[in-house]
Design a protein. Structure first.
Lengths: 113, 113
């Protein structure tokens, strides 16, 4: 059974701090990795995707991928109260042939003013 | 630009009643389409996906079914709803082969009483 694991949280950080969200996956064949943000009662929205080992930065967000250790993380710099949401990690499966993703259950982030 | 619609937005149905949820995508052609369910406190569960008209793959055996009568239309149905069918139903799409970035519609919140 291919799995994606995330700490459910809640992760609480003060405003302006760095929030670090982690995710591990079981399928060594996974090639694509995604972070989605989901506000309460809303659908997930894509924040970032990463395909290669290392870091990928987009504004205040940095995704980090380590395929050897099978983990992917998301750093949020200068956290804002508006970043409070559940963050879902997703990885592709089946070699990506059908675009199917496996999702973790999400980490709930709370940014305190 | 591409847009994905789902309706209805919310639905309250009695146990044993039928169900029909609709998803349509605009601004693209031949997308891969997905139905997910997110139950309270649980992760995203892939229910069905479709790579073309009339082509449906089922991920979880249950009392739900899906159909794709048109290129950009995906329908989720049930003949008799169960209490356990309650949840947040999400439609997602990706464009083309060798692409696995999924975008979600606004979702339908279903409560079965």
């Amino acid at each position: 059974q291919k799995e994606v694991e995330q700490n459910s949280g809640p992760l609480s950080v003060p405003e302006g701090a760095i929030a670090s969200l982690n995710c591990t996956y079981s399928d060594r064949g996974s090639q694509s990795f995604f972070w989605y943000r989901q506000y309460s009662g809303k659908s997930p929205e894509l924040i970032m995707f990463i395909y290669s080992n290392g870091d990928k930065e987009d504004g205040r967000f940095t995704a980090q991928l380590n395929k050897a250790s099978q983990y992917v993380s998301l750093l949020i710099r200068d956290s804002q109260p508006s970043d409070s949401a559940t963050y879902l990690c997703a990885v592709n499966r089946d070699g990506g042939s059908q675009g199917n993703l496996i999702f973790g259950k999400g980490t709930k982030l709370s940014v305190k003013p | 630009s591409q847009t994905i619609h789902q309706w209805p937005a919310t639905l309250v149905q009695p146990v044993g009643s039928p169900l029909s949820l609709e998803c349509t995508v605009e601004g693209t052609s031949n997308p891969n389409l997905y139905w997910y369910r997110q139950a309270a406190g649980r992760g995203l569960q892939l229910l069905f996906y479709s790579v073309g008209i009339g082509q449906i793959s089922s991920e979880v055996p249950q009392n739900l079914s899906a159909s794709r009568p048109q290129d950009r239309q995906f329908i989720l149905s049930s003949k008799k709803l169960l209490l356990s069918d309650s949840g947040f139903y999400l439609c997602a799409w990706i464009q083309g082969a060798n692409v696995d970035t999924q975008y979600f519609g606004p979702g339908t919140r279903l409560t079965v009483l």
